[in-house]
Design a protein around this ligand. Structure first.
Ligand code: NAD
Ligand code: ZN
Length: 346
């Protein structure tokens, strides 16, 4: 085993990232060392790259390795690790939870009160190796394409948000055709929704959503959503809403077109304080569910949906060698991208 490895590092407070040599982590008791094959760039990584106020608040200990969407194989195991094998293909749940709080005890790790995030609070996976606790290791079937498994973390956010509600025969509105919204549109069609309508202001991304199979991809900057609804045969409004833009205007528009008794799950993180249409929410009897991270069961659902035929390849728009990470971040920052996958195998 070598002692030094390449890693994409936030070197100091401020914009940019650097490819540099760092020590290969040594797995302690209960920990697993994973050799990285593929990684994907998340919006969070872009915040860290650009060093916006969120990054300045959350990345408190540079220099550190970033990244949390990955697939690889087990390279080494610390003392006491059982049930896994060297060379086994794995990904990892990025939220390292405490196993002690009330939510952890009841299996709701997504609500742990002591969460540490890989690639934010501790060294991440944009490196030749990453080290995580055994409890966070997710075995991945060899039948799955690694380019897709590379972004299972984001797929998990989409799965958690979409499968919060019954979708069979329902009409679904997704606000925000970012990578997660596009993936969610595929999940909703796969899960049996009648009509899936997605909105954005970005035509490039709306086109990607069409490739994923949405019924209508609507640019609300110039199209009237209510006209599209009439064309699609929606008479009472949407049954289910998935807010994936983090934009308050999109959320207000969503509330205005939900049917009475509709269900909304909220994933998009935007400005923390926004005006919300209280009268719509109350008088329509809407149910709102905040979504954070993903449930451990979502990892099983994701593998099985892909094996069952959910094809997520349309969301991948760029593939680069990891040494070209700057090109990957430029693509993400341009808005003209879906998922960007980095290859660490060569
Ligand atoms: P993204 O920023 O790539 O996509 C958001 C999309 O919303 C963009 O395409 C943007 O053009 C679009 N948008 C902006 N204003 C709009 C409007 N008025 N109407 C419709 N669309 C509009 O983000 P992503 O990576 O796809 O993630 C989706 C959201 O989920 C982000 O807000 C992200 O911060 C959040 N997120 C939350 C969690 C969580 O655990 N809660 C996890 C991951 C991501
Ligand atoms: Zn906990």
């Amino acid at each position: 085993m070598k002692e030094w490895m390449d890693a994409i590092v936030k070197p100091a407070a401020g914009p940019g990232l650097e490819l540099r040599q760092v020590p290969v982590p040594v797995p302690g008791p209960g920990e697993v060392l994973i050799k990285i094959h593929k990684t994907a760039i998340c919006g969070t990584d872009v915040h860290i790259y650009n060093w916006d106020p969120w990054a300045a608040e959350h990345i408190t200990h540079p220099p550190m390795t970033i990244g949390h969407e990955y697939v690889g194989e087990i390279a080494a195991m610390g003392e006491g690790v059982t049930g896994l094998t060297i060379g086994q293909r794995v990904s990892g749940e990025g939220h390292i939870t405490c196993h002690r709080c009330r939510n952890c005890h009841t299996g709701n790790i997504q609500w742990c009160k002591n969460t540490n995030s890989v690639g934010v609070d501790r060294d991440g996976a944009f490196a030749e190796y990453v080290c995580i606790p055994q409890t966070n290791v997710i075995p991945i079937d060899e039948s799955l394409d690694e380019d897709v498994v590379a972004f299972f973390d984001a797929f998990g956010n989409a799965t958690h948000t979409a499968l919060m509600w019954n979708l069979v025969g329902e009409d679904v509105l997704i606000t925000g055709a970012g990578p997660i919204g596009i993936i969610a549109s595929g999940i909703c069609k796969y899960a049996g929704a009648r009509r899936v309508i997605i909105t954005d202001l970005n035509d490039y991304r709306l086109d990607l959503a069409r490739k994923m199979g949405v019924d209508y991809a609507v640019n609300t900057g110039r199209e009237d959503l209510k006209e599209v609804m009439a064309k699609a045969g929606l008479t009472e409004g949407f049954d289910v809403g998935l807010e994936m833009s983090g934009n308050a205007a999109a959320f207000r528009q969503m509330c205005s077109v939900m049917r009475n008794g509709g269900k909304i799950s909220l994933l998009g993180l935007g400005k923390p304080m926004v005006e919300v249409p209280m009268n719509d929410i109350i008088c329509k009897g809407l149910t709102l569910q905040g979504i954070y991270g993903r449930k451990m069961d979502n990892w099983h659902q994701m593998s099985y949906m892909v094996q069952g035929g959910l094809d997520l390849h349309p969301v991948i728009t760029h593939r680069f060698h990891y040494t070209d990470f700057e090109k990957g971040f430029a693509a993400m920052n341009s808005g003209m991208s879906g998922k960007v996958v980095l290859d660490w195998t060569k």
